[in-house]
Design a protein around this ligand. Sequence first.
Ligand SMILES: CC(C)(COP(=O)(O)OP(=O)(O)OC[C@H]1O[C@@H](n2cnc3c(N)ncnc32)[C@H](O)[C@@H]1OP(=O)(O)O)[C@@H](O)C(=O)NCCC(=O)NCCS
Length: 227
Amino acid sequence: MIMPPTSIDRFGIEPPAEGRPAPARASGWSHWVPIRTLAERHRPLILDHLLKMDAEDRHLRFGVTTSDDQIRRYVASIDFEHDEVFGIFDRRLRLIAVAHLAYPPPRDPADKRPIVVEFGVTVLPEARGKGYGNRLFQHSILHARNRGVHALFIHALTENAAMLKIAAKAGATLEYDGPDAEAWLKLPSDTVRTHLDETLRSGAAELNYRAKVQAGRLRRVFSRWLG
Ligand SMILES: CC(C)(COP(=O)(O)OP(=O)(O)OC[C@H]1O[C@@H](n2cnc3c(N)ncnc32)[C@H](O)[C@@H]1OP(=O)(O)O)[C@@H](O)C(=O)NCCC(=O)NCCS
């Protein structure tokens, strides 16, 4: 059974207390990593990315043994209009990390229940340990705040030290139930700064991507010249 924290609010989230990490905030610009918002046209790339995950990574990501067909169905079901999907590309334009923020179905504006979104992430094995998982989490927090989300939720396995560390560092409350763990992160409201941050980061990431595309073209031209 999940053991609830000693004092939880109506979101099931423990209030900040002394000694606990500060509530999540938009991270600064130091060590900036370009993160793009992915769209319908990226579906095949997302599928390729996920199919590269081995059985253990799929188990960590989805909580169950996941076949190629199940991954295909999952990717086909992503609703890019409603949810948000973020990606990190390396300089060769490979999609090395993907995060999916799954929003609840649209509601009546009069419905005042808290809005909770689920976060899921994968980083290619060779790109791990460089902070991309953490960056995607911070980026998702920023976007979720700007859309009036009250809390982020992550379902992870207890053995998933990296994911739980990312969540705990952001100030999430962790609840354990045997092999399963849940992380809940209550989000502060949006501010002018969080909206400005999102706009600047998205613009900079698009410029960075176009520069990589251009660099790739030049590389190909040069390699053709060189024979
Ligand atoms: C979980 C995952 C996304 C982490 O990505 P990542 O880019 O390697 O994570 P980061 O580099 O941002 O590391 C985050 C923290 O975890 C720590 N960490 C990384 N791998 C770890 C490991 N195997 N054991 C313990 N801690 C680990 C890092 O040191 C870092 O802590 P720090 O900030 O104090 O240095 C990646 O391992 C992954 O794709 N796993 C398979 C899918 C999955 O588990 N998804 C999460 C469930 S939704």
